[in-house]
Design a protein around this ligand. Sequence first.
Ligand SMILES: *[C@@H]1O[C@H](CO)[C@@H](O)[C@H](O)[C@H]1NC(C)=O
Ligand SMILES: *[C@@H]1O[C@H](CO)[C@@H](O)[C@H](O)[C@H]1NC(C)=O
Ligand SMILES: *[C@@H]1O[C@H](CO)[C@@H](O)[C@H](O)[C@H]1NC(C)=O
Length: 172
Amino acid sequence: MRFTTVLAPLAFLASTVAASGATIADAVGVINTVTLELQSKVTSWKGDLLGTLPIIVASTELLTDINNATKTTKASAPLDALEALTVAIAVNNLSGSVNATISAIIAKKHQFDKLLLSPVILLNLELEKDATDKLGAALADKVPEDLKAAAATLQATIDGYFNTGIQAYKLF
Ligand SMILES: *[C@@H]1O[C@H](CO)[C@@H](O)[C@H](O)[C@H]1NC(C)=O
Ligand SMILES: *[C@@H]1O[C@H](CO)[C@@H](O)[C@H](O)[C@H]1NC(C)=O
Ligand SMILES: *[C@@H]1O[C@H](CO)[C@@H](O)[C@H](O)[C@H]1NC(C)=O
């Protein structure tokens, strides 16, 4: 009886720290995988209407996964320096994939224009940027004080890629 009374607060503590650096890095890894899937679908797209379906599906899944990572991050305890580094490596990896995917999307703009689908792509890019900004804000909240500047730089880099894509698709 006395034993469980002593352990109860510990169990509570364990459940609140369940989502930590590794869990967040995993969630970011899921975003990375789907981002690369989207890239490959866009790159292999032949410009036909039916072929846009898998692109829309991957794009929608991407949004779900970003929002899930934000949820996971918000549920996490503050990260220590090593955990923050683990997450930073995953986000840095994602950053390269975002650039590659948005470059692929820009390269297909002419074909999306022909199908009058460019406004849909623009909307998706805006939604994804918005979701990414929320993830970035949630992450910034959890990293140690002396790593906040590095986190902001990483986020600005990713925002820059989105802005390049959004600018290209605004010229419809
Ligand atoms: C959300 O992310 C967590 C942690 O990565 C994972 O365990 C869970 O399956 C994800 N949920 C969805 C709906 O993708
Ligand atoms: C970066 O992404 C690639 C492709 O998804 C993956 O194989 C690799 O393990 C990732 N590296 C890190 C450090 O997360
Ligand atoms: C972004 O991707 C494009 C196309 O693959 C590449 O030319 C460019 O160097 C990349 N930019 C950065 C900063 O990696």
